[in-house]
Design a protein around this ligand. Structure first.
Ligand SMILES: Nc1ncnc2c1ncn2[C@@H]1O[C@H](COP(=O)(O)OP(=O)(O)OP(=O)(O)O)[C@@H](O)[C@H]1O
Ligand SMILES: Nc1nc2c(ncn2[C@@H]2O[C@H](COP(=O)(O)O)[C@@H](O)[C@H]2O)c(=O)[nH]1
Length: 219
């Protein structure tokens, strides 16, 4: 699915699909924004959703906000790489933007739930790297949802009720990060991304790179 890109070190490598999941409010959006702003080769996948827009959200930056009939038409037209029902709404990853980014040799970041992660992994098992973000405590999670101040008390109660089930999905992920101190959590996520970019199997240009140096040494 992915094409080779050039690393800063000059070795070609395959792009990867970097997934962050967590119970609602654990910090995926915050970490995603930090990661994208510090990683030029990483592009955020913008999902489509039927959920109402929150104050401060921007169409096309945070989500594509669509109604249920548009969403279902997109499913019928096979426009999603994955989609799922989450908290009584539908969410999906538009296929075209992701395929364009990967074909241009970029990495793509996904803020999606466990169901979407499963679907991506079954499509591209070697290209998905998944990270599950846990909150430091239940109290901190609830506090964060309240201080974000973007959902009604009823919505927050619903998300807290589902947090236990969401958290139990951690064991299907490659890496687990507890987001207590945001700076430390960010450093952990960034280190995971960097290490995965450097995996030997992703650096598809290594043979050619080493071969060039060997030829030079033999001259
Ligand atoms: N380490 C942290 N310490 C304190 N507050 C944090 C931390 N990380 C994130 N937050 C705050 O917690 C709130 C929820 O974070 P965020 O929106 O990133 O969560 P999320 O996992 O993306 O949630 P959702 O799944 O509902 O979109 C935000 O107000 C954010 O600023
Ligand atoms: N399977 C998918 N899950 C998605 C997608 N986009 C977001 N999400 C997940 O939904 C919940 C709720 O998000 P919120 O913005 O309403 O708080 C959260 O777990 C997201 O990760 C998607 O395209 N596919």
């Amino acid at each position: 699915m992915t094409k080779a890109m050039h690393n800063p070190n000059g070795v070609e490598r395959r792009g990867l699909m970097f997934v962050l999941s967590s119970p609602s409010g654990a910090g995926k959006t915050t970490l995603s924004r930090m990661l994208v702003s510090e990683t030029p080769e990483l592009e955020m996948s913008v999902s489509a959703t039927t959920r109402p827009m929150r104050p401060g959200e921007i169409e096309g930056r945070d989500y594509y906000f669509v109604d249920r009939s548009k969403f279902d038409a997109m499913i019928a037209a096979d426009e999603f790489l994955e989609w799922a029902n989450v908290f009584d709404n539908r969410y999906g990853t538009p296929r075209a933007a992701v395929e364009t980014a990967l074909a241009a040799g970029r990495d793509v970041l996904f803020d999606i739930d466990w169901q979407g992660t499963q679907q991506l992994r079954s499509r591209a098992p070697n290209d998905v790297v998944s990270v599950f973000i846990l909150p430091p405590s239940v109290q901190a999670l609830e506090h964060r949802l309240h201080t974000r101040a973007q959902d009604s008390d009823e919505v927050i109660r619903g998300r807290m009720r589902k947090a236990g089930d969401e958290m139990s999905r951690f064991d299907a992920y490659d890496y687990i990060v507890v987001n207590d101190n945001i700076g430390m959590a960010f450093e952990s996520v960034r280190a995971i991304l960097r290490a995965e970019q450097l995996k030997r199997a992703r650096q598809v240009g290594l043979d050619a790179f080493v071969q060039r140096m060997r030829l030079e040494l033999e001259r």
